[in-house]
Write a protein that binds this ligand. Structure first.
Ligand SMILES: [Zn+2]
Ligand SMILES: [Zn+2]
Length: 192
């Protein structure tokens, strides 16, 4: 019951605008393509699926350099979950400066007004980096860095965005939450 209500509660209670929320979730998903489940951007087809799933609509190259560039972006973006505030701010500003980000309100593909700071012709990797950096502006300004968490389940290490009202989310997925609960259950009952 509680688990079923959680997604609804997070939508209602998140301190972020919808596009910021989506950008943070998309960034976490991108970081986690190099996570616990192993390499999930193994080829261009997997990048296509990821781009489709997270609605990346702009220009694409569909080649190996594009795939490599997106893969190499993941450890950079992961620092948003692991670095201290000063280092995060430095990285946000560097990304925006280097990509010459220029915030503009846009409306496209059925999405209502939201912000883009790149053009559709900007390489995918730069659009991904800038979108993450723009979302981080909100996170830092609103004092909400604690919402970027690393999953507490042993052997996981995937990142998560805690959008719950009382910042209570500890695991990246129900899979990890169940794994931890099961392990605790087995320990309590000496099931080894
Ligand atoms: Zn858009
Ligand atoms: Zn996890």
């Amino acid at each position: 019951m509680t688990a079923n209500l959680r997604p609804i509660m997070s939508v209602v209670k998140s301190p972020f605008a919808h596009d910021t929320e989506m950008a943070l979730l998309g960034t976490a998903a991108l970081v986690n393509t190099a996570g616990r489940a192993g390499e999930r951007l193994g080829d261009i087809a997997e990048l296509d699926r990821f781009a489709e799933q997270w609605r990346w609509t702009g220009s694409r190259r569909y080649d190996a350099p594009e795939l490599d560039s997106v893969r190499s972006l993941r450890p950079v973006l992961r620092r948003f979950w692991e670095a201290d505030a000063d280092a995060i701010v430095k990285q946000v500003n560097a990304i925006l400066r280097e990509a010459r980000a220029l915030p503009q309100l846009v409306r496209h593909d059925g999405w209502d007004w939201h912000m883009h700071a790149t053009s559709p012709e900007t390489p995918l990797v730069d659009r991904m980096a800038v979108e993450a950096a723009m979302a981080m502006i909100d996170v830092v300004r609103q004092g909400e860095l604690h919402r970027l968490q690393v999953c507490e389940a042993e052997d996981c290490g995937d990142v998560l965005v805690d959008l719950s009202r009382n910042s209570s989310r500890r695991y990246c997925s129900t899979t990890c939450a169940n794994r931890v609960n099961m392990a605790a259950f087995r320990r309590r009952h000496n099931l080894g």
